[in-house]
Ligand binder design. Structure first.
Ligand SMILES: Cc1cc2nc3c(=O)[nH]c(=O)nc-3n(C[C@H](O)[C@H](O)[C@H](O)COP(=O)(O)OP(=O)(O)OC[C@H]3O[C@@H](n4cnc5c(N)ncnc54)[C@H](O)[C@@H]3O)c2cc1C
Length: 452
């Protein structure tokens, strides 16, 4: 593995609280420590990995509306395999290579357990677990007079509870954004007698055996889950915004799955009426409708808000201009290859905090954010897509790389991402086991060897 780069002699060391020990928090811990900062990582669970810690447990409220419910962090379902090839998905500093071992899954698109093992390897390679305070939930983060941050946390261990109140120069938020469900608004839902469930609380298809399911959504997990449940359900009806009203039809390859446009209304007699005019008597509505950004611990006096799932204002999705660089967020952009992006963002934050990398003035950052919002508005992009990187992720990473003075994204990674996306569309059933970009796999491995 590449050895630690020395800390630049002129750099300032800051005390930094990192919230969360998922992939983003671990990466932030590594990069900030490399830069010479003093970091403490708060993690409310008893292990690292965040999303990648699968649990069969589900929440008491299956659609996640009850704010007093006991939280389950991870949204993974049992059958989940990655939707990105491992070569492209892994950190640049620590390739996600197949390993031998009884518990390991060498496949190119491995099961979720393999990702957790990889993150554990990453943490152990760089000695990151020792920086983590496990079973310690951050309950409050707020700015104090004089510009420091107060971090209040609660550690629960062996039936004991310890409250802590500490002060830091800076806070980096890495709490993940796949835990707080967003559900579809459906006219008539209050009187509809069926059951509802959000994909956050979906684990295995068995509880849905012989039922008629309406699944709302069309993103990666919606596609996976629809196929998972079609094996046991009586009927699966997929309602999707991306299906035109006239396009109602059976899914090729299935005799119990149909595609519909969105739901128009639902009724007391259990029926669901779609905009395409079809009517189905259903037992369950399964919302695969995504998640909300949620920072219940954060008090910024309005400097950062979440409005229609846009967290802002944030300069380049990371720094709120008026609080920069003392508050930052890692991992907000979606439709990305997350781990390498976490590295770019973390290196940028680390360098800015030490004074090695300069940020524009507050006013300039705010102007940049406003200009970005205007572009989104002019192109008719809904606010909730503010952090959707769509086709811009590599441009974004390269911008961050230039700020940090490090090499841009590898060409093979970008090409592999685009080949995998194309393959997924062409072979939705088999893309994880059949591909045509073997030449890129070889290129990636050559690259990994060079960096050893
Ligand atoms: C179903 C699903 C499938 C996915 N598939 C892929 C894939 O194939 N490939 C891929 O690269 N990515 C995938 N992702 C994206 C995945 O979320 C990222 O890979 C990555 O795990 C996100 O890391 P994170 O650290 O930002 O968040 P998380 O992994 O969610 O970690 C956040 C951590 O913060 C902790 N935390 C939260 N609040 C507090 C608090 N107040 N105090 C203390 N600790 C707190 C949590 O316990 C958690 O450990 C998938 C996501 C989902 C939901």
């Amino acid at each position: 593995m590449p050895s630690s780069q020395p800390t630049p002699p002129s750099a300032l060391s800051r005390s930094v609280a990192i919230i969360g020990a998922g992939a983003a928090g671990l990466c932030a811990a590594r990069e900030l420590r490399l830069e010479g900062h003093n970091v403490a990582v708060y993690e409310r669970e008893n292990q690292i990995g965040g999303t990648w810690v699968y649990t069969p447990k589900v929440e008491s409220d299956p659609i996640g509306l009850d704010p007093s419910r006991t939280l389950v962090h991870s949204s993974l379902y049992h059958s989940l395999r990655t939707n990105l090839p491992r070569e492209a998905m892994g950190f640049r500093a620590y390739p996600f290579s197949a390993k031998d071992g009884p518990q390991r899954d060498p496949r190119r698109f491995p099961s979720h357990r393999e990702v957790l093992l990889y993150l554990e390897d990453y943490a152990s390679e760089f000695g990151l677990s020792e920086l983590v305070r496990f079973e310690t939930e951050v309950c409050y983060v707020g700015l104090m007079e004089g510009g420091k941050w107060e971090v209040r946390s609660r550690r629960r261990r062996d039936g004991e509870q310890v409250d802590l109140d500490e002060i830091y120069d800076a806070v980096v938020v890495c709490n993940g954004h796949y835990t707080e469900p967003r559900i579809a608004e459906i006219p008539g839902i209050d009187a509809w007698p069926g059951e509802q469930l959000h994909s956050h609380n979906y684990r295995t298809p068995e509880p849905l055996r012989d039922q008629v399911i309406i699944l709302i959504g069309s993103a990666a997990s919606a596609v996976d889950i629809s196929r998972d449940i079609a094996r046991v359900a009586k009927e699966v009806h997929i309602a999707s915004r991306s299906v035109a009203d006239g396009a109602f039809g059976k899914q090729p390859g299935y005799d119990n799955m149909w595609l519909h446009s969105m739901i128009e209304s639902v009724h007391e007699d259990g029926t669901v009426v779609f905009r395409d005019g079809s009517v189905v008597l259903a037992d369950v509505i399964l919302h695969c409708t995504g998640y909300k950004y949620h920072f219940p611990f954060l008090e910024t006096n309005g400097a950062v808000t979440v409005d229609d799932n846009c967290v802002g204002p944030l300069y380049k999705h990371v720094f709120p201009p008026v609080l920069a660089p003392w508050l930052s967020f890692i991992g907000l952009p979606w439709k990305v290859v997350p781990f390498p992006m976490f590295e770019f963002q973390s290196k940028w934050i680390a360098g800015v905090l030490s004074g090695r990398i300069a940020l524009p003035s507050q006013e300039e950052m705010m102007e940049d954010v406003k200009a970005f919002y205007s572009t989104l508005k002019a192109s008719g992009t809904p606010k909730r897509y503010t952090h959707n990187m769509a086709d811009n992720q590599f441009e974004y990473n390269d911008w961050l790389a230039a700020e940090c003075g490090i090499p841009a994204s590898e060409e093979w990674r970008e090409e592999m991402y685009s080949a995998a996306s194309k393959n997924r569309r062409a072979r939705p059933e088999t893309y994880r086991d059949e591909w045509e970009d073997e030449h890129l796999v070889l290129e990636a491995h050559d690259d990994f060897k060079k960096n050893l």
